[in-house]
Design a protein around this ligand. Structure first.
Ligand code: THU
Length: 132
């Protein structure tokens, strides 16, 4: 699966965005190391803090199916600009995707980042191990 296809999957995921409050639709698609793709959308809540971002929806779908290694994640929104993942999502991507690629698209134009570029000096599972 190439990055453009992954971007298209993210737009498919965005179709189910539940955004009655912000009206800001986001879609994501996770490519796992085993080659599977999981899509996600943002899902808002009347209690705003209970909202789940598109990236986390896609990642949690993957992880709940036993896919814990992310190769790449594509993120899109319905705006005409690039939408970067929020801080919480960067951290969740980090948990399952150390060294993965983050693809940000506007239309079918996309930019590819290493997770490290958008989340430098990171903290992850390895940091909790006693002998590193
Ligand atoms: N949102 C995402 O889905 N992903 C992000 O990385 C940024 C924010 C959603 C959450 C909320 O539904 C809406 O965008 C406005 O914050």
């Amino acid at each position: 699966m190439d990055y453009l296809e992954l971007v298209k999957k993210a737009y498919e995921g965005m179709e189910n965005a539940y955004v009655p409050y912000s009206k800001f639709k986001v879609g994501a698609a996770v490519l796992t190391k085993s080659g599977k793709v999981y899509t996600g959308c943002n899902i808002e809540n009347a209690s705003y803090g209970a909202t789940n971002c598109a990236e986390r929806t896609a990642i949690f779908k993957a992880v709940s199916e036993g896919e814990k290694e992310i190769e790449a994640i594509a993120i899109v929104s319905a705006t005409e600009d690039y939408t970067f993942p929020c801080g919480i999502c960067r951290q969740v991507i980090r948990e399952f995707g150390k060294g993965c690629k983050v693809i940000i698209a506007k239309g079918l134009e996309y930019r590819v980042f290493d997770l490290n570029e958008i989340l430098p000096y990171d903290f992850g599972p390895e940091d909790l191990l006693e002998d590193k």
